[in-house]
Design a binder for this molecule. Structure first.
Ligand code: HEC
Length: 242
């Protein structure tokens, strides 16, 4: 784990804008992900520390609360992921979920970790198993066959002190984030989720929830947002990271 430079103003600005996407009207926002998702291209990215329109009073609305996305270069994000990957996998594996010991051997579909506003503003990577290999065709993937598994692991780089006097000088350390799993089950498993089973595994291996399983209620929001996709509940990833 290495310290990195962070622009808090960009981070918090992105949070405020993206909070709307996450908590406001996910269906509307994601009905057409590429056209409508305000988080695809970070609206606060232009000039994070100087004329950031989102930075007016970043600590007012969200006083140092969950740091959504530290600003890293692609190379920094890749290096941090390399450092933290073993720790991530060891944590997930404590759940005994079979996917946790397999997913990182599958094909990874993003070039370097990218920020996902809809998954807590964390840096994420998307993997898919062989059965789900059509995932690589993205919007042309069609309906995934039963047995398809798509996984997103995650980490966060939080500022050491997000409300420090100079937010642009803040630095932080990488922290493991949850593992997000989508498994396509047999037809009829769960028509209301398109037969996808959503599972979220915490960095310490605790299963936060699973569709039709433990704490199914807690992962209902996954299906509510993903159900807004016109591509079999999938949203894929930003063009520039494919
Ligand atoms: C507010 C909308 C939203 C919510 C809530 C959400 N996701 Fe996602 N998810 C997305 C978007 C958008 C993408 C693709 C872009 C990205 O990674 O940010 C995605 C991508 C994924 C992927 C990669 C497959 C794909 O669609 O390309 C998995 C796996 C995933 N999410 C699992 C989950 C799980 C599990 C939950 C709940 C714990 C969840 N998601 C909650 C919007 C959401």
């Amino acid at each position: 784990m290495r310290p990195v430079n962070i622009s808090r103003s960009r981070m918090v600005g992105a949070y405020l804008v993206c909070a709307l996407a996450v908590f406001g009207a996910p269906r509307a926002v994601h009905a057409d992900y590429h056209a409508a998702n305000p988080c695809t291209a970070n609206p606060c990215a232009a000039n994070p520390c100087a004329a950031n329109p989102c930075a007016a009073n970043p600590c007012a609305a969200n006083p140092c609360a969950p740091a959504p996305a530290a600003e890293l270069s692609d190379a920094q994000a890749a290096a941090i992921y390399e450092d933290i990957a073993a720790e991530l996998r060891a944590g997930y594996a404590k759940s005994d979920h079979p996917v946790t010991t397999a997913y990182f051997k599958w094909k990874r579909y993003n070039k370097t970790p990218y920020v996902s506003a809809t998954h807590g503003g964390r840096y994420v990577n998307n993997f898919a198993n062989d059965t789900a290999k059509a995932y690589g065709r993205f919007e042309k993937a069609g309906v995934m066959p039963a047995g398809s598994i798509v996984v997103k692991d995650s980490f966060r780089v939080a500022p050491a002190n997000p409300c420090a006097a100079n937010p642009c000088a803040a630095s932080g350390k990488a922290q493991p984030g949850p593992l997000f799993i989508m498994e396509k089950m047999q037809a009829g498993f769960s028509p209301e989720t398109g037969d996808w089973r959503y599972t979220m595994i915490m960095p310490n291996g605790a299963v936060f929830g699973e569709t039709k399983g433990r704490n199914a209620d807690k992962v209902r929001f996954c299906a509510e947002c993903h159900g807004g996709s016109e591509y079999d509940s999938l949203f894929f990833l930003p063009e520039e990271y494919r």
